[in-house]
Design a protein around this ligand. Structure first.
Ligand code: KQY
Length: 371
């Protein structure tokens, strides 16, 4: 296969003065998409729709929410959602707005930009989770149009869940996704760094190796670790040597402790214990349509559950709860890290069953403000 070549468009977001803000910066809104495909979401997506509605209605307490829904599901979504939630008809292939939606950027003049990553279903025809994915790949450009944001189509196949930023020049990502031949064959680490920095308005990339085991995205950083403040990373942690995440979490911590951020600060690592191991039940597996061999969830599969898959939104942290004993410790850690935020722990097993969690199904839109 030919080496990957990034063809830079006329002007990159960084050259135009844009940067992606941290999630703790002010937000003008949050975007989600209504789940409906029955091979991802059990029982015709009814339990997932209830979970998404509860999540959207909760986020709406802190920021205006836009829910994208198909023509066939628009009315059903409207009737399950709080009237404050704007429901916009849009075709999608599934409901992972973190990955398919625009990554919004802002500049110092109050302008909003939107990065439109190339989306290939988390791995294209070799490892992708469904085909086609063309409607998902078009979502970011449509969001950009709706918001009249400046559109930047990126020359890189990736997903929003594969990146985190601190808003001060630092990007956190994993080699397992960004450097995977199923996204960008032949892409060098240096090219990936240059492209990420050009598009996110950043100057340093901190690379972690692998994501959480059993994560069907191939290892998104948003299930493994996230910035919780400048210079501070919260890492999904495991103390059981028999668990595959034991080695992953130690390797990630070693990388983080050896790194400095874009401002020259060493990284402080906070540990977030992984939830009690959870598995797909036979009843849950039985509720899935078996139309897609790629989405072959089987009873007994370990679920890639992680408490770091939360959303920060205007003074609140909306985090997953699983109804297991570790939920209370996770809430206490988040309360300690975000003492001025409201911590909302939302039951999210029905989102987890689809392969992601709260961060994966939400996409924040930062407030664009002039200097
Ligand atoms: O961001 C994610 N975790 C996406 C998972 C995709 C699952 C497809 N069924």
């Amino acid at each position: 296969m030919a080496a990957h070549t990034l063809i830079a468009p006329c002007e990159t977001p960084r050259a135009a003065g844009f940067r992606m803000p941290a999630e703790w910066e002010p937000q003008a809104g949050c975007w989600m998409a209504w789940p409906e495909r029955p091979d991802t979401w059990r029982l015709g997506a009814k339990p997932a729709q209830a979970a998404f509605a509860r999540l959207a209605n909760t986020i709406a307490r802190f920021a205006p929410v836009t829910m994208l829904a198909s023509a066939g599901q628009w009315g059903n979504a409207v009737r399950q959602l709080d009237p404050a939630v704007r429901v916009v008809e849009m075709t999608t292939n599934d409901a992972w707005l973190r990955d398919t939606g625009a990554t919004f950027v802002i500049d110092d003049h109050g302008r909003l930009g939107a990065i439109d990553w190339q989306f290939n279903g988390w791995g294209g025809l070799t490892d992708g989770l469904y085909f086609p994915w063309d409607a998902d790949d078009a979502v970011a450009a449509k969001m950009c149009d709706l918001e009249r944001a400046r559109h930047f189509r990126a020359p890189l196949v990736t997903e929003g869940g594969a990146i985190h930023v601190d808003g001060q020049g630092t990007i956190l990502t994993t080699e397992a996704c960004l450097l995977n031949a199923n996204r960008n064959p032949g892409l060098t680490r240096a090219d990936a760094e240059a492209c990420l920095c050009d598009y996110l308005g950043a100057s340093r990339v901190i690379w972690l190796a692998d994501g959480v085991p059993d994560d069907i995205t191939g290892g998104h950083v948003d299930n493994l670790a996230c910035f919780v403040a400048p210079g501070v990373v919260l890492l999904a942690w495991c103390d059981d040597p028999a668990d595959p995440h034991y080695a992953v979490s130690r390797a990630a911590e070693a990388r983080l402790l050896a790194a400095c951020d874009a401002q020259g600060r060493p990284i402080r690592v906070e540990r977030m214990p992984m939830p009690t191991p959870m598995f797909l039940t036979a009843e849950e597996a039985g509720g899935l349509d078996r139309t897609n061999p790629r989405l072959s969830a089987t009873a007994g599969d370990r679920l890639a559950a992680s408490y770091v898959n939360f959303l920060i939104v205007n003074g609140a942290v909306i985090a997953p709860a699983f109804g297991v004993p570790t939920d209370a410790a996770a809430e206490a850690i988040l309360t300690g890290l975000f003492p001025t935020h409201e911590i909302v722990m939302l039951p999210s097993r029905d989102i987890l069953l689809g392969g992601g969690n709260i961060h994966c199904v939400t996409q924040q839109q930062p407030t664009a403000r002039g200097a």
